[in-house]
Design a protein around this ligand. Structure first.
Ligand SMILES: *Cc1c(COP(=O)(O)O)cnc(C)c1O
Length: 499
């Protein structure tokens, strides 16, 4: 299987090259030239495997240059019991409903980014060897919180890699900052910047394309690589858990094999829900792809009208990992739905860049509306939903997951489809956003200023337990207190690379 680029007709590269390169030179994204498809018989076989078995089976189809043994090594180190003590992707059914939460946050950083970022470093180091590259990969990340920590944890002490994470000084939660600044490992660095997430992201992009820095790295046996969600190596692991959830839903008697499921995904950069779309195309019986946004509802509008317009107010919400106005992975969906029309896709992306807006035709809009249901949920409704699910169902969810749960309720009301069982993707532990969740659970309660006391409060109020990685943060030493201005980012990169 070869990989194509969304903005270029001719380019075709191997899976390993796509993973090493991350993004194409013209800014396009890599996509597989065709998708494997799975019969009911094969789904049944998947159902008999463990999570790692399911991952191995699906990855094999997308990574032809990898031997079965290599894929096994990657998958078994990524999803070990030690890394995911609560299971890689358990499906937790809500009592007396046909809804279940797919909990993707039992990894080392308590958010679903671990699902991809525990695997990516293994895929990347093997891909470097396959492309005859003996250089050390320098991973640069700009993060608004969850990605940075998950990438640090995924790459820590991985041979032949170094990782440097920039985060906006005032743009991450106290817990997220602590998670990053206490990061262990001999190849990791963390630096706060004086600016917002966009400044960090723009700074990193500039460094990636700075010819002088590139040359300096090259002469010293290094090259830049990206752990960003546009890397195919991050998307691929996400397809697996939709298949896994379907198998588990069948095993738990929510459905019989072959029956449709709805999936509901709290969405930001469109990576997670795109993986669900690919799974559907590969034969997984998914009925509707339900796209949930917070007040930054650019996708809600796009999926129902065909107009993508980023010229709108940016809201800082209590589901910060979804505070995003340019959903990069949407480009892959458009490429697929236009039958691989790179000219059309490049045109739209250019318009997005210059005008901040583009509109797809009527026909494509109709296809989008058929595949997706989209809705949004503001902070007030998010808090209300957390409280309601806890009271009625004794289940505590985080703010991102609550956005999805509310949009699912909107879907059920709008369409009357309450028959089809639904999987709601749960993307973070409630303890990762303890202050907002606490406010939702006990509105008006005076909160302690100390984050760890908030965690204790949440625990005693709800009878749940904080995941070990969050508990352990309390005892961890702060290792990084770096801070720089945006203009100084290149210097920080060179210093960290030892140049
Ligand atoms: C990143 C993230 C999301 C959004 O996922 P996308 O793949 O960017 O759509 C949702 N919830 C949490 C907790 C996240 O960290």
């Amino acid at each position: 299987m070869q990989y194509k680029c969304t903005r270029n007709r001719t380019e075709a590269i191997s899976a390993a090259q796509a993973i090493v390169q991350g993004i194409s030179a013209d800014g396009g994204l890599f996509v597989p030239e065709c998708l494997p498809s799975y019969s009911m018989e094969q789904l049944k076989e998947l159902g008999n495997s463990s999570y790692t078995g399911r991952a191995m089976r699906i990855l094999k189809d997308f990574l032809p240059e990898f031997s079965e043994e290599e894929i096994r090594e990657c998958v078994e180190s990524a999803y070990s019991q030690k890394k995911f003590p609560g299971g890689a992707a358990p499906l937790v059914r809500l009592p007396d409903t046909n809804m279940a939460f797919l909990e993707l946050w039992h990894g080392p950083t308590c958010a679903f980014k671990d699902m991809a970022l525990q695997l990516l470093p293994h895929l990347l180091t093997k891909s470097l060897k396959k492309t005859n590259c003996d250089k050390t990969a320098v991973i640069l990340v700009a993060t608004s919180g969850d990605t940075g920590k998950a990438a640090l944890e995924g790459f820590r002490d991985v041979p032949d890699t170094k990782i440097l994470v920039f985060y906006p000084e005032k743009g991450v939660s106290a817990m997220q900052q602590r998670q990053m600044n206490t990061q262990e490992g001999n190849n990791v660095s963390v630096c706060a910047i004086e600016g917002n997430f966009d400044d960090a992201q723009t700074g990193v992009k500039k460094i990636f394309t700075n010819p002088e820095i590139k040359k300096a790295l090259d002469e010293n046996g290094m090259l830049f690589s990206s752990a960003n969600s546009i890397n195919w190596g991050r998307l691929l692991p996400q397809i697996v858990y939709y298949f896994s959830a379907y198998c588990d839903a069948a095993e738990q008697g929510m459905i019989t094999l072959g029956q449709p499921l709805n999936v509901v995904v709290p969405t930001g950069n469109f990576g997670n829900i795109l993986a669900a779309y690919y799974a559907k195309k590969m034969g997984l019986p998914i009925k509707k792809l339900i796209c949930a946004s917070n007040s930054n509802n650019v996708l809600t509008e796009f999926l129902s009208t065909g107009v993508y317009d980023r010229n709108r107010t940016f809201y800082t919400t209590i589901s910060p990992s979804m505070d995003i106005l340019v959903s990069s992975n949407l480009e892959r969906l458009l490429f697929d739905l236009t039958g691989g029309n790179s000219d059309l896709v490049s045109g739209w992306m250019k318009e997005l860049n210059t005008e901040g807006r583009y509109q797809v035709g009527e026909e494509l809009t109709a296809v989008l509306k058929d595949l997706f249901y989209s809705g949004s949920c503001d902070d007030g409704k998010t808090r209300e939903t957390i409280g309601k699910i806890l009271t009625e169902k004794k289940y505590l969810c985080d703010t991102h997951t609550a956005v999805a749960a509310d949009v699912y309720a909107q879907y059920a009301k709008d369409t009357g489809d309450t028959e089809t069982p639904a999987v709601i993707v749960s993307t973070a532990s409630p303890y990762k956003f303890a202050d907002s969740v606490l406010e939702a659970v006990a509105p008006g309660n005076k909160q302690d200023a100390d984050d760890f006391l908030k965690i204790e409060q949440l625990s005693s109020l709800t009878g749940t337990k904080a995941p070990a990685p969050i508990e352990e943060l309390k005892e961890k030493q702060v290792r990084f207190q770096n801070r720089c201005q945006v203009e100084e980012m290149p210097k920080v990169v060179l210093r960290m690379a030892g140049l």
